[in-house]
Design a protein around this ligand. Structure first.
Ligand code: CA
Length: 221
C-alpha cells in the first residue's frame, strides 16, 4: 500500500517508515499537517498514519479537512495513551482506527495490514467514461492518473452524466437533478457548469453538446 506518515518526531517517523517498508509497503513521511494535505492533493494514498500532536495544524484538523474534501482512504490515528477523548474525537471525525502511543512497531504493522484488508474487501464503486473515473466512495475524479479537483456541484453534475453515458440530458433535466432542492434555478447555470467541467476534464473532450437538446458524456471510441 502507498502510505503517508504524518509525524513530526523524526526518530518515530523513521522507525514507522522502516517497519512499513519491511512489511512491503511504500511509505512517505511528512512532518506537519499542511505538508500532509499538499501531499494528499498531489497523489492518492491508500492509508495515512496520522499523529495528533503536530506543529501548526494538529492531526484532528488535518483529518477534518481530508474528510471535508473527500480526500484520502484510510486513516490510522496515533493518539496519546489514556486520552480517551482523543480517540472518540478522532473516530467521530472519520478516523478508521487509532493506536495509542507508545506502541510496538509490530502492532502498528498489524493494524495497517488489517486496514488494508478491509480496504481491499470493499467493492470498487466507480464510474468510468473513457479514461475518466469517478470514485463513488471517495468522490475522487481522475483523468488517467491525473487528479481533477471539482466543486461539489460540478461533481454532482458529472456524476449524473457519468451514470448514463451516451444518454442525452436536457438542460432542464440536469437542473432538476443537480439543483434539486432549490426553487430558483436557471438553465444557464447548467451551461456555466458544463463549461467548467469541460475545462477541467480537458482534451479530448468527453462532454458533447447535442444541438437543441442538451448534453451527453461519451468517449470517442
Ligand atoms: Ca507528534
Amino acid at each position: 500500500m502507498r502510505i503517508l506518515i504524518v509525524e513530526d518526531e523524526t526518530p518515530v517517523a523513521r522507525q514507522i517508515a522502516s517497519a512499513l517498508t519491511e512489511a512491503g509497503h511504500d511509505p512517505k513521511t511528512v512532518r506537519d499537517g499542511e505538508a500532509a494535505l499538499d501531499e494528499v492533493k498531489k497523489t492518492p494514498f491508500d492509508l495515512i498514519v496520522l499523529d495528533i500532536g503536530l506543529p501548526g495544524i494538529d492531526g484532528f484538523q488535518v483529518l477534518k479537512r481530508l474528510r471535508a474534501q473527500h480526500l484520502a482512504g484510510r486513516v490510522l490515528l496515533l493518539t496519546a495513551r489514556g486520552a480517551v477523548d482523543d480517540r472518540v474525537t478522532g473516530l467521530q471525525l472519520g478516523a478508521d482506527d487509532y493506536l495509542p502511543k507508545p506502541f510496538a512497531m509490530r502492532e502498528l504493522v498489524a493494524r495497517v495490514s488489517a486496514l488494508g484488508r478491509r480496504y481491499a474487501e470493499e467493492p470498487v464503486m466507480s464510474l468510468r467514461v473513457g479514461d475518466v473515473t469517478l470514485d463513488l466512495a471517495s468522490h475522487n475524479v481522475h483523468r488517467g492518473t491525473q487528479r481533477i479537483e471539482l466543486s461539489p456541484r460540478e461533481l454532482m453534475l458529472l456524476k449524473v452524466l457519468m451514470r448514463e453515458p451516451g444518454r442525452v440530458f436536457t438542460r432542464t433535466e440536469l437542473c432538476e437533478r443537480v439543483w434539486e432542492h432549490e426553487h430558483e434555478y436557471d438553465t444557464k447555470l447548467v451551461e456555466v457548469f458544463i463549461g467548467r467541467l469541460r475545462k477541467k476534464i480537458g482534451d479530448p473532450p468527453l462532454i458533447h453538446t447535442v444541438r437543441h437538446v442538451g448534453y451527453t458524456i461519451q468517449s470517442g471510441n
